[in-house]
Design a protein around this ligand. Structure first.
Ligand code: UVW
Length: 317
């Protein structure tokens, strides 16, 4: 641990998009998704097939979450048994109904991260003061992302299939060059402003291994390099979507720094992160018909001051 550099030193010369969309901006690279990008996404629709990318909350087989977080707990407050006695609410005409609550980490299921979710050096996206996160994010919360919504051309990059595997392995890394090669092998190159949707199928191991899944927890994923950060900036990538818990290799193999890309891409470039997606049905469909691009849409929940929000992204092919 002592030899691990401070992330701010590692990223000292890393580019930022701070100020690019004004001093008040809170949605970062989503600004790249204007009306023409929405129409470019719509132009990919060929058959009208719809795919939802959210994982089930309350899956009987378990909910994969970042270590230290716990899955959502849903509680039933009212059901038919509530009327077995006289203490249930009574309504004229005999109405009965079900009510329930959910107690959940906002980052404990398929989710959008707010741009203010991570930081270093006391500054978050666009240079906002990290003290503004105390008691809730006063800047760069998920609320402005939820208010604008996300729509554009999405491209599935099936890294597991590209590498001829069922799923990527613990700590397995890939670069932007691998993403480009994967897209070429699928027959459709990545274009500027594409929403990148990366399939590793790593979470299959969560369902196969149970508790052992968390032993020596290191997810596979994109690995930091200055060239990768530059590529994301030049390609004007608005949104990085994956089927892993944290969208990148957990610990940078070269430096040991945790979640470097959260800072290099999210904090510095304003690339919005979407995590813990279920891409299996979409990937099967893409492999079957060879169509890897589509309309991608998502609307996280409007939660004031929140650092993230559950979401059920929608893909239409
Ligand atoms: C952390 O930032 C720790 O996790 P995530 O982005 O997966 O919510």
């Amino acid at each position: 641990m002592t030899n691990v550099p401070f992330v701010g030193d590692l990223l000292a010369n890393s580019p930022t998009n701070w100020g690019k969309w004004g001093d008040d901006d809170e949605v970062g690279s989503l600004n790249y998704l204007g009306p023409e990008q929405v129409l470019r996404g719509v132009s990919q629709i060929k058959t009208g097939s719809v795919f939802t990318l959210q994982r089930l909350i309350g899956d009987p087989k378990g909910d994969p979450v970042w270590p230290g977080r716990s899955p959502a707990v849903r509680s039933q407050l009212l059901d038919e048994s509530s009327w077995d006695n006289d203490d249930a609410p009574q309504f004229p005409g005999g109405l009965h109904y079900a009510d329930d609550t959910i107690n959940a980490f906002l980052q404990g299921s398929t989710q959008y991260d707010a741009l203010g979710h991570v930081w270093y050096d006391g500054l978050l996206w666009n240079g906002y003061d990290a003290r503004g996160t105390v008691g809730g994010l006063s800047k760069a919360s998920v609320e402005p992302i939820a208010a604008r919504g996300v729509a554009g051309r999405g491209i599935l990059l099936d890294l597991a299939r590209f590498r001829g595997k069922d799923h990527l392995d613990k700590g397995e890394t890939f670069t932007h060059e691998d993403l480009v090669a994967c897209a070429e092998s699928q027959g459709t190159p990545i274009e500027p402003r594409d929403v990148l949707i990366i399939r590793t199928n790593f979470l299959q191991l969560f369902f196969e291994q149970g508790d052992a899944f968390y032993e020596g927890f290191v997810e596979p994923g994109l690995v930091y390099s200055p060239e990768l950060v530059e590529w994301f900036q030049q390609m004007e990538i608005p949104n990085l979507v994956t089927d892993t818990i944290a969208n990148e290799v957990t610990s940078d193999p070269a430096s040991g720094v945790a979640l470097v890309l959260h800072n290099a891409l999210m904090r510095n470039l304003g690339v919005v992160f979407t995590e813990i997606c279920d891409l299996e049905e979409l990937a099967e469909s893409c492999a079957r018909d060879g169509q890897y691009t589509f309309l991608y849409t998502a609307a996280p929940l409007k939660i004031a001051k929140a650092s993230g929000s559950p979401v059920n992204p929608l893909v239409i092919k």
